[in-house]
Design a protein around this ligand. Structure first.
Ligand code: ADP
Ligand code: MG
Length: 578
């Protein structure tokens, strides 16, 4: 016999490895339990970055003695009653694994008192061995203590990162839950210092101020998009606020924080061409949909989900973001303070020594802190913003110099033209009719056998862009017409490029993105590149056109169209003020 059945103890430890990867995972599981128990106050106390002590106390519904006794057993849960429940999970927990897993790799103590119980009860588990349940004095609610996590799994302990890193993971775990539950008071204490204290607030926006601090929170605007049973809402940054990584991109599904490629992709796609390559927005996305439409039972740590209608979800999220950004571009939300300062008072400072949280100085102009660079709020664009400018002239063959209501405005005419062409083309595409120009003499594009096959399948898509193509012998297509926007030239290059891109298109989501990319390429091709002196009426026409389109402050590659220098900034430059 080679095969042996694992001992219970070994099986638990293996299972625990998936649920409790590091102290922060235990914190996450305990907070989930508190939230499931309806807590309004959750207090997390940490010592030595969680390695020596983690204690999570709540004022939730608590457990009756019989329940407490069962709670630390494997696969014991109060959250699934009938089989079907697994397919419509409404709680954060459901696997009945967290407490026993934690108990198998630490010294665990659970104290709980249900509302009408005369006293509390306590049960301990050490390295998987459960002790006797005993009455004890306790407040209503539950308090769970984890000592010496991984004391019996040295390998896992060795893999832990530097204390500051582990602590930052714990902060992240708390922050994510806090974002999704603004009505709950969260407090995090580490080695006797308060790291976070987020009092209960009614408005999710106020929670952003608590968690992110003012500098970032004030740059985020609320959005809310509903379509049938699906709601995508939350907060997002518009163009001026961006980051070199995705750390301010949070996605929640039915208030559960998840890391999901589909959602992240959809969010980024919603931004389309508004961000420069390699830049990420700050987004807190809450996606709410019927419990039955999402499977959360994918991974023990419950960070992943599967959507029943993935492409619908993708589509809806991208659309929600795009819509919100369009609104923002039209009527930027006021970016001033909306909150009294005690929400982000001294406590955030306490975290600074660990380099975990950034606390920018108040009222400061653009500044880099950590890896975050925040530009000042965009000047609010009025109706007729561009056309109200006084054109002073053109310099270097490519910049318009104008007087705006704020001061001096410089406009990159190439970027402006690109954005105008892009928006025109997009509008035409959305309306299903792209203006085409017929070629008097069709051009031919030679293609490989693979490209031929691809093109045959994608002809209709190319048609939507305004390309009319037809087979021309075994290894070529004839180009009969092209988008009217394209200037005269050799079109085979553009067609070949598009075929190559379409090869990678599979899901509808990706398609849209590729179309956008292609649109940007066409827009780019459509602009006469050579520097050119513009007549006054051409410049005026350009400004008028910019007022007609959305996103007129960025070219389709995310470069700015406009740079404005205000009176203040000018005076500072001339040292009239400091
Ligand atoms: P799950 O959350 O998946 O059900 P856990 O092992 O995390 O599994 O918890 C087991 C059970 O213990 C829960 O179903 C719940 O009934 C109970 N429980 C755990 N933590 C708390 C708490 N903070 N307050 C009330 N009940 C709790
Ligand atoms: Mg749980």
């Amino acid at each position: 016999m080679k095969i042996q059945v694992l001992s219970d103890d070994m099986a638990s430890r293996i299972a625990a490895g998936e649920v409790v990867e590091r102290p922060a995972s235990a914190v996450k599981e305990l907070i989930e339990n508190s939230l499931d128990a309806g807590a309004t106050e959750i207090f997390v106390l940490i010592e030595k970055s969680g390695t020596s002590l983690i204690r999570v106390s709540d004022d939730g519904e608590g457990m009756a003695p019989e329940d407490l006794n069962l709670a630390v057993e494997r696969h014991a849960t109060s959250k699934l009653k009938v089989d079907e429940d697994l397919f419509r999970i409404a709680t954060l927990g459901f696997r009945g694994e967290a407490l026993p897993s934690i108990g198998s790799v630490s010294k665990l103590q659970v104290v709980s008192r249900a509302p009408n119980a005369p006293t509390g009860q306590k049960v301990c588990v050490e390295g998987g061995r459960k002790g006797e349940m005993l009455p004890t004095a306790a407040a209503f609610g539950t308090s769970i203590e984890i000592q010496d996590i991984f004391f019996n799994t040295p390998a896992r302990r060795k893999f832990l990162k530097a204390p500051a890193t582990e602590l930052s993971h714990i902060c992240d775990a708390v922050n994510r839950m806090a974002l999704a539950y603004p009505g709950v008071h969260f407090r995090l204490e580490h080695d006797g210092r308060t790291v976070a204290d987020y009092v209960s607030v009614n408005d999710g926006k106020d929670r952003l101020y608590q968690v992110f601090g003012r500098e970032i929170a004030k740059g985020l605007a609320a959005f809310d998009w509903r379509q049938g049973e699906l709601a995508a809402h939350g907060f997002l940054s518009s163009a001026p606020l961006s980051f070199p990584n995705a750390r301010y991109l949070y996605t929640f599904v039915n208030r559960r924080y998840v890391r999901d490629k589909v959602l992240t992709h959809a969010v980024l796609q919603g931004y389309e061409t508004l961000l420069m390559k390699g830049q990420y927005p700050a987004v807190v996305l809450f996606l709410d949909l019927p419990f039955g439409d999402v499977d959360v039972n994918v991974h023990p740590a419950k960070f992943e989900v599967r959507f029943r209608r993935q492409s619908d979800v993708h589509e809806a999220v991208a659309r929600a973001i795009r819509h919100a950004l369009r609104q923002e571009a039209k009527e930027p939300a006021p970016r001033g303070e909306t909150i009294s300062s005690n929400y982000f008072s001294g406590v955030r400072e306490a975290a600074l020594p660990y380099g975990l949280l950034t606390r920018p100085a108040q009222n400061d102009p653009p500044r880099a802190y950590g890896d975050v660079f925040v530009l000042p709020p965009r000047p609010e664009r009025q109706e007729g913003f561009y056309s109200s400018m006084r054109v002073l002239g053109q310099i270097l063959g490519c910049y318009l110099v104008c007087a705006s209501s704020q001061g001096l405005a410089l406009i990159d005419q190439h970027a402006a033209h690109e954005r105008i062409a892009f928006e025109k083309l997009r509008r035409q595409m959305d309306a299903g009719k792209v203006a085409m120009q017929n070629l008097l003499i069709p051009q031919t594009v030679r293609l490989s056998a693979g490209e031929m096959m691809l093109l045959e399948q994608k002809l209709d898509i190319l048609q939507r862009f305004g390309f009319d193509l037809e087979p021309f012998g075994p290894d070529a297509y004839a180009i009969n017409s092209v988008p009217a926007l394209l200037p005269e030239g050799d079109y085979s290059q553009v067609v070949r490029q598009m075929v190559a891109d379409l090869a990678e298109v599979d899901t509808s989501g990706k398609l849209r993105e590729h179309l956008e990319d292609r649109l940007a390429t066409i827009a780019c091709h459509s602009v006469i590149r050579a520097n050119r002196m513009l007549e006054m009426d051409e410049m005026r026409a350009l400004l008028n056109e910019l007022d007609q389109i959305d996103f007129a402050t960025q070219c389709p590659h995310g470069r700015p169209v406009l740079i404005e220098i205000s009176r203040d900034e000018l005076e500072r430059m001339f040292k009239r003020i400091v």
